[in-house]
Design a protein around this ligand. Structure first.
Ligand code: IMP
Ligand code: ZN
Length: 365
């Protein structure tokens, strides 16, 4: 693993709450159990279970959201997630998160409203930004072009972080629009785009389209979770929209493959996530191989490193082993991902320099 860890990497599809450390999640759940907010033993097995189906993954998200409803916790998780990515040499991270509506769900059912702890979409995002500001002093972080870079003489690593705000498929058009407006207000704090995610069996494209269209008109970048379940009508509409990138592309049929390939829309590939949620039946039929061979723009990502017990180095090692690719080929793949980031040209040029310098020192045998 050491080699894959030492290689610089670009992460473009990581959900904040899905990237929570297992140890932090257990600690928070135990605390809530002690306070009597939840019955810890009911939750322990959900947290410790591996190999979750897509339905169970969304159950776990409901649980994560129960234990991450206060600002202090959001700040802590953000800090830890950024530090974890930096520790494995992720040099550029686009972190996405859903500004929380003031309510939380337990396994799909509305459990409690969060008004009591004063959470709004804006205050949630401010807690995230606070997490970026509070990363360890052993890390140089750049998260907004207009924000002074936090750098220290003792820093061992540097990471660029940008934020994408997620629209949850449970939300209404008005709530989606609220998220877009918040993204526009927070552009000088590192917010550069919008993601559409959440349970793919819920919600209609027509509900989100007005907000996504408005976001793009205002200059925000867009990425969409696309084709997690077979829904040809929605997949066609999403591809027609021409988002800057899409995530997953698992349940595509011939017509959609054709359209995707001619559009050249980059695909965020999340191998472990697709297998664990059974959106792809086995690695040997994963569309990574086909897209890689066709030289279609792709980038390896983790999706939810905490929920799926993985990290980006592991995803690269997995791709090498499964598809018979060498270190040099995967290094090139990681470097090409710089072309698909949403940050501007200055950051792109600096990242190319990072990769070129690493390419001169890494050994490929
Ligand atoms: P958060 O937005 O930081 O709270 O991250 C967790 C949320 O991301 C989940 O509640 C989902 O809405 C979304 N998410 C995470 N993984 C997936 C996925 O595989 N498919 C669709 N949505 C996802
Ligand atoms: Zn995702």
């Amino acid at each position: 693993m050491d080699w894959w860890v030492s290689m610089p990497k670009v992460e473009l599809h990581a959900h904040l709450n899905g990237s929570i450390r297992n140890s932090t999640l257990l600690e928070l759940a135990r605390d809530m159990g002690e306070k009597g907010t939840i019955v810890f033993s009911d939750f322990e097995h959900v947290i410790k279970k591996n190999d979750r189906s897509l339905r169970e993954v969304f159950k776990l998200f409901d649980l994560i959201h129960i234990v991450t409803t206060d600002h202090k916790t959001i700040t802590r998780i953000t800090k830890e997630v950024v530090e974890d990515f930096a520790a494995e040499n992720v040099v550029y991270l686009e972190l996405r998160t859903t500004p929380k509506v003031p309510e939380c769900y337990n396994f799909g059912k509305l459990l409690q409203r969060n008004d009591s702890i004063g959470m709004s979409k804006r205050s949630y995002m401010e807690a995230v930004v606070e997490g970026l500001r509070s990363v360890s002093s052993s890390l140089d972080i750049n998260f907004a072009c207009d924000y002074p870079e936090k750098s220290s003489a003792t820093a061992e690593k540097k990471i660029y972080v940008r934020l994408l705000l997620s629209i949850d498929r449970r939300e209404s058009t008005a709530a989606a629009m609220e998220t877009v407006n918040l993204a526009l207000e927070m552009r000088d704090m590192g917010v550069i785009g919008i993601d559409l995610s959440g349970n793919p069996t819920i919600g209609e494209w027509a509900t989100f389209f007005p907000a996504l269209k408005f976001a793009r008109e205002q200059g925000l970048h867009i990425t969409l979770h696309c084709g997690e379940v077979p829904n040809p009508v929605e997949i066609q509409a999403m591809l027609h929209f021409l988002p800057g990138r899409i995530g997953h592309a698992c349940c595509f049929q011939d017509e959609e493959w054709k359209k995707l390939k001619s559009s050249k829309i980059p695909v965020e590939i999340c191998l472990t996530s697709n297998i664990q949620t059974e959106t792809i039946s086995s690695m040997d039929v994963h569309h990574f191989a086909e897209l890689y061979k066709a030289k279609h723009p792709i980038v390896l990502c983790t999706d939810d490193s905490g929920v799926f017990s993985t990290n980006l180095s592991n995803e690269y090692a997995l791709a090498a082993n499964t598809f018979g690719l060498g270190k040099a080929e995967l290094f090139e793949l990681a470097k090409r991902a710089v072309n698909f980031i949403y940050a501007g040209n200055r950051v792109k040029m600096e990242l190319i320099e990072v990769f070129e310098s690493a390419g001169r020192t890494l050994e490929y045998n």
